[in-house]
Every structure is written in C-alpha cells, then in structure tokens.
Write a protein that binds this ligand. Sequence first.
Ligand code: TXA
Ligand code: MG
Length: 340
Amino acid sequence: MITEKLLTDEENYKKSIAEAAKILNNGGIVAIPTETVYGLAASAYDEKAIKKVFDAKGRPQDNPLIVHISSIDMLNEVACDIPDTALKCARKFWPGPFTMVLHKTGKTAECVSAGLDTVAVRMPGNKIAIDIINESGIPLAAPSANVSGSPSPTVPAHVQADLDGKIDAIVFGGECDIGVESTVVSFCCNPPRLLRPGGITAEQLRETVPELTVDKAVLSEPEKNQRVESPGMKYKHYAPKTDSYLVEGSAEKFAELVNADESCAAICFAEDSEKIHTQKIVYGNCNDEKTLAHAVFSALRRVDSLGCGKAYIHAPSKEGIGLAVYNRLLRACAFKVIKL
Ligand code: TXA
Ligand code: MG
C-alpha cells in the first residue's frame, strides 16, 4: 500500500513510484489514481497479469481494457494506421480524459482487446499515473478499479471496499479531479464515433472533429443480442443495490414524487434539498455539471447505506459533462427513467 503520506515527501515519492513500477514489471496488479477515476493497472504486454485484473474485478471476458501511455512513442507501439484527425485530437486533449479506439499493432496481450482487432488508448492527465507509466517503461492496461457493475472508485476507500485482498497494491493519490471516466471515441469508423461520453465533452470534440457522431448506446438500452461498438456500454453498470430510478422534471415535481413515499431516498440537487422530506444525498447544484460529475459515483455508493427500498435520482442536463453523468445514471438505474 502506497499512502498519501509517502507520496507527499519527495524522497518517499520516488521510492513509492519505483515500488509500484516494480510490482507492475513483475506481473502484479496495482490500483493507481488518474484524473478521472482510480484504475486497476497491469502491464499491457503481460497476458497473465491482465487475466488477474479480469479476475479481481469479475469483469466479463468480452469487455476490452484501455491502455494507458505516457508518450507518442508508446502510442506507436500499440496502435497503427492512426488517422490525422486522431493525432490532432491527441495533441489537443492529451494528457487528459480522452480515449481513442484505433487499429492495434498486435503487441499488446490478446485479452486487452477482448477479441477485437482494435485497441483503446489514453494518456492520463495525472502526475502519479504518468510517473508510474514512465518508471515502469511499459503501457499499462487499466479498467476502473471497482468490482464489475459497481460504481467507479473516485477515492482510495472505494478501491479498498471493492478490491482489498485481491490486488497487490493501492497507490493513494487522494480524490480524483473529474470523477467520471474518460470520453471514448472510435477512429476505426468514418466519421469518428463517440462511444462513451466522459471528461472531454462532445462540444469540445466537435471543434476538432465537426463530423463526430454519437453512438446510440450512449442514451438508450441496447436490444438483446445487438452488437455494441463499445462492449462496456451493454452492461448494467455503476449500480447501487437499492432499486433506483432516474427522474426528469422540475424541482417541484421531483419533490412531490419523492415526498409521496417516505420509505424512499433521493439523490438530488442543492436546489431540491429543502423541499425534500425523505432521506437525501445532495450531489451538487443543478446547473453545475462539473460538480455533479465529481460527486456522482460517491453518491451512488452512499445510497445503499441509507437502507431505503427505493431511490429517485434527479437527472442532470445532457449538456457538456452532464451527458456523461446522465449516461452513468441511466445505467445505474438499469435504464428505468421516469419523466414527470
Ligand atoms: O477514465 C477512464 O477511462 C478509466 C481510467 C482508469 O483510465 N478507465 C476506464 O476503464 O473507465 P473501463 O474498463 O472501466 O472502461 C473502458 C471502456 C469500456 O466501456 C470498454 O468497453 C471500452 O472502454 N473499450 C475498451 N477497449 C475498446 C475497444 N477496443 N473498442 C471499443 N471500446 C473499447
Ligand atoms: Mg469501468
């Protein structure tokens, strides 16, 4: 375990980064902070290590992983035939919460791509993550460091709650800045397609890729047996155990719905708070999507501790990073939406 205390002292910082890199070079698996959520990292070249990641998370075998790099040289090791638009986006959005699906060179372990002939790549914008990749000298495959299906971890305690005892180390890097995962865009189709909304918004991307399309799976439930471009989007995800509903509507109507059933909980906006008389978790101001993104996964983790039979979640706007928050909540609620 590499704690915040170690990481704040310069000498200990170097030792801690070296220790994490050593575990990774020896086939171990380590939870590391990124600017989006914590990732569970393994060498992208080591089939056995990647299998340990799938096992620790209980992740379905057909859901591929994102490869994390720290340089354009590393990008060229793992991906090939990279279109100019993709390179332009890399220059603009890296390091940062942006993942590109590209053709693979075949150097990464087979199970990183889960049978696809593409590879997803991102350069994280977190110093600790970049230092660990540099120190280990290898690209790191890293899904979010949660048990598959549960909300993604944004603080080390979430990682411990899900994976303690199943992984070799956790690097404690405090709270993640952004709080939702990276934006995933496929450049293996024409025009490029947004597969998962995230830290870089569709509006920002369209400045560089005006022809960008948004995959249907972002806002709707895939039909049974339908092929999904980004396999992760087809699973129920981020889900609390409490039966949860995403609710669209005004503060007044939302409060009326929630107050009618005193055994339920609300995940709501600050603006709703004083109107609501049941148990509640405030996840931010209604029009402050950045704060909502930062708090959404913690709120989903906390709701179970309220011990309510049902939870109503007030839906954010789909503007900016709000689209990513809405996308995660839709899955957390298993696509159950109430429109008031
Ligand atoms: O911010 C993030 O992206 C975090 C941090 C740790 O970097 N990682 C993350 O990984 O969210 P994960 O495994 O939880 O989600 C990866 C998503 C999944 O929806 C997966 O299906 C998709 O990326 N993906 C990975 N490789 C792909 C590929 N070759 N083609 C299409 N989708 C892919
Ligand atoms: Mg995940």
